[in-house]
Ligand binder design. Structure first.
Ligand code: ADP
Ligand code: MG
Length: 288
């Protein structure tokens, strides 16, 4: 039976935009009872556009907020960074040089720009550092907001919008029909996570999740008897991809994520996973 499975899995995966690294994962895909998706780039397009730039400190203009943020975002590959750099190019901003660039895992980026300590961070980072979040930051639930902190003072924020992939709703309908729980884990804020979850009718979501917490979420699900598949795109996701029963690296991703995963999803489209599961079930039923 093995050569048959190999032949089928190779053909099916190629058709469905999946590269199968672990043959057992294909055979076991029919057992999946819970799917833990990442949000950005998988359930959503991951194509952010800047919608608002606001200042909080009167000593800074919106142009200055964007200019200082651009120095850091030019060194980041996060979809938020890509969205900000797109805006910077449109506005023909001259991007300043930076020193000592560092990622703050799951929370943002920091560097020294023109002698100032500049950070572009999540709302979670502000809360942890007792910096209050401006009231108008979350006027639109569909927006992801990042905050610009200079020398430990909040000076402004940039709001960005992403869109849900049109294929996500249909994929989720298929999972539900097959009694598969659909969950989402994202580093993004609670309000945006809830808006996406409600729109897609997910069975649950986890917001402001740090990379190491994904492993715990999967362990908890497994302890409840779930057979868990998870999607992930970054180096940070490697431990969780390894913990999942079926780990799926999405998109161009990083080599580390791809090396840990059982399956590589070429187009980051959840519909491809739906096809895999449907085909896996149909094939298994024919074989027995
Ligand atoms: P996700 O992949 O779900 O977006 P991450 O761990 O990559 O989760 O990021 C979590 C949060 O950290 C983002 O929503 C954002 O608030 C902040 N963040 C991460 N990278 C950047 C960046 N380059 N610029 C600004 N904010 C960032
Ligand atoms: Mg990520």
């Amino acid at each position: 039976a093995i050569p048959l499975v190999v032949a089928i899995s190779t053909a099916v995966s190629a058709q469905n935009g999946l590269l199968i690294r672990n043959r057992t994962a294909f055979e076991e895909s029919r057992k999946i009872s819970a799917l833990l998706f990442d949000k950005t780039g998988t359930l959503t397009k991951g194509d952010f556009g800047v919608t608002r730039i606001e200042t909080v400190d009167k000593n800074f203009t919106t142009e200055e907020v964007l200019r200082l943020a651009s120095a850091l975002e030019q060194s980041s590959e996060h979809p938020i960074a890509v969205g900000i750099i797109k805006k910077v190019k449109e506005n023909k901003v001259v991007i300043p040089n930076l020193e000592k660039f560092k990622a703050i895992t799951g929370k943002g980026v920091e560097a020294i720009v023109e002698g100032k300590e500049v950070k572009v961070v999540s709302p979670g980072y502000l809360r942890e550092n007792n910096i209050s979040i401006p009231e108008d930051a979350y006027s639109d639930a569909a927006e992801t907001v990042v905050f610009i902190v200079i020398d430990n003072k909040l000076v402004g924020f940039i709001a960005l919008a992403d869109e849900i992939r049109p294929e996500s709703a249909e994929a989720i309908r298929i999972f539900k029909k097959n009694n598969i729980k659909v969950l989402m884990a994202t580093g993004d804020n609670e309000i945006t996570a809830k808006a996406v979850s409600d729109k897609l009718g997910l069975d649950g979501y986890f917001a402001e999740v740090l990379p190491h917490q994904k492993v715990e979420i999967i362990k908890d699900l497994q302890a409840k008897g779930e057979f868990v598949a998870m999607t992930g795109d970054g180096v940070n996701d490697a431990p969780a991809l390894a913990q999942a029963n079926v780990g799926i690296a999405v998109g161009s991703g990083t080599d580390v994520a791809a090396e840990t995963a059982d399956i590589i999803l070429v187009n980051s489209n959840p519909q491809d996973i739906a096809n895999l599961i449907l085909f896996g079930k149909a094939t298994y039923n024919k074989m027995i």
